[in-house]
Design a protein. Sequence first.
Length: 255
Amino acid sequence: MNKGFVSFPENICDDAIYDFLRDNFAGYWQRLEINWKNLGGLNLNFTRVDKAVRRLMQIGSPIIGLLDYSINVGNQFTCPADLNQWLDYVYAVVTRYPQIRYWEVWNEPDSRSFWDKPLADFWPLQRLTYRMIKTINPALTVLNGGFSGIDVADDMPKGICDALAVHNYQWRQSKDDKINKDIINRMKKVADGRKIFLTEFNVRTHAGKDLKAALGSLRKYKTLQAVFLFAIPSDAPDGFGFMGSPELIAAYKGA
């Protein structure tokens, strides 16, 4: 089972965070958001993303590229008003970074916080994006938009992703906890033989011993390709103080 972090270009371009990753977590996977609006919308500017991708390649970190959100005025968490423009964005990003072999389409479309329509309205966007990426390179792996809930994947149409992305923050302290096993078994059921990527993950307590225990339970499930800790490596609150905690660093490296 591979391990990694949820990250953003501005974090990887920060020298202190990059140095920390290079010195402690070289080779760990990164789920890198390449947000359409942050690229400049119709006037794409790749300067910051170029630097982030180059830095991650230098430390041997495989990347899942996250393609997300619209450039609609007033609401980016809805279906793009012009799907041809969305596909132009997808094409520009995917062809620019052939070194990125995995692509996740949107973030938590089952949550109204990130997709303001019924989930059924998301599938056409997923299907169009899947076909575009496969046209660029059939060998690329396409993930669904990571679900905040696992069971919604039961309703996902066939043929619109190669691997399953889900999120979970509910892991308990004990590696033998029945809740952990139930979550994994549900993931395996909806995966339908596909690899699973836990593209956002953390334990409730953000404590090193609990993180290590949860990862120990995850290792038993061979369908899991990778887990991505939602702890942007920093001392800031949104990173759970990861860089400033030897306990968390040791737990994640040792699990």
